[in-house]
Design a protein around this ligand. Structure first.
Ligand code: IYR
Length: 236
């Protein structure tokens, strides 16, 4: 009988680079210093961005690790003014319900330092919107379904890489989450097997653009990390 799981083909680890310690530290510092400049932007210039930049950043996002390498994501790139207007209208309708009753007071209190409200002009002003869909399961050409694994984690990682890639290329982003955002399936022509997770707004910041101070305050290392060092035997 045939082995159902023969050893998969392997290849030498391609293109890995190890750096000398001083260079590692320098590179890690540089990357942190570059990412710490990123701020969530809500005021966009209407200038177009080069399509090639978006394509390269999407390819960078597509390198993300994912459950069983199933890559359970789809990025719908919207640049049409008419589609952006429809998305704005649908999102603002949900946001009005959110801000005037659907959201509990505790949530509204948490948002107060950001100064957000139901008006989302950036959905029309920004040159590019990227609707990010999570493929809850895979669909074979014959219509049958197969499981995807670690979908929210995988799509979250890919989204993080996309935001970092766009920032690295000099573009600003906003991780917008109208809720619910199922209207994006119809507007982007995506099947119901896909769940919209984030509407990423992309473009150049408007000249003179201001951002809430609150967003720039990041937790210090002690607030986000702990070291579990040595083993119990050593500590005794
Ligand atoms: N989706 C709403 C509310 C909102 C929720 C969170 I959590 C934020 O970090 C920011 C906004 C809006 O976009 O206004």
């Amino acid at each position: 009988m045939n082995d159902p799981h023969p050893l998969p083909p392997l290849e030498p680890l391609p293109a890995y680079r190890e750096y000398p310690k001083a260079e590692m530290i320098e590179r890690a510092r540089w990357f942190h210093a570059d990412l710490v400049r990123r701020r969530t932007v809500r005021d966009y210039d209407d200038r177009e961005v080069p399509r090639e930049v978006i394509e390269e950043c999407l390819l960078a996002a597509g390198t993300a690790p994912s459950g069983a390498n199933q890559q359970p994501w789809h990025f719908a790139v919207i640049t049409s003014a008419a589609q952006k207007r429809r998305i704005r209208e649908a999102a603002e309708e949900e946001e009005r319900a959110f801000y005037s009753g659907r959201a509990p007071q505790e949530w509204l209190d948490a948002l107060a330092p950001l100064g957000t409200d139901p008006n989302k002009p950036f959905l029309e002003e920004a040159p590019v919107l990227i609707a990010i869909f999570a493929q809850k399961y895979g669909v074979r050409p014959d219509g049958s379904r197969y499981s995807h694994y670690y979908v929210p984690e995988s799509v979250g990682i890919a989204t993080g890489l996309l935001i970092a890639a766009l920032h690295h290329a000099g573009l600003a982003t906003l991780t917008h989450t109208p809720s619910p955002m199922t209207f994006l399936n119809a507007l982007c022509g995506r099947p119901s097997s896909e769940k919209p997770t984030i509407l990423l707004v992309v473009g150049y910041p408007k000249p003179g653009c201001e951002v809430p101070v609150h967003g720039g305050i990041k937790k210090p290392l002690e607030g986000i990390a702990s070291w579990i060092e040595g083993d119990a035997d050593e500590r005794r």
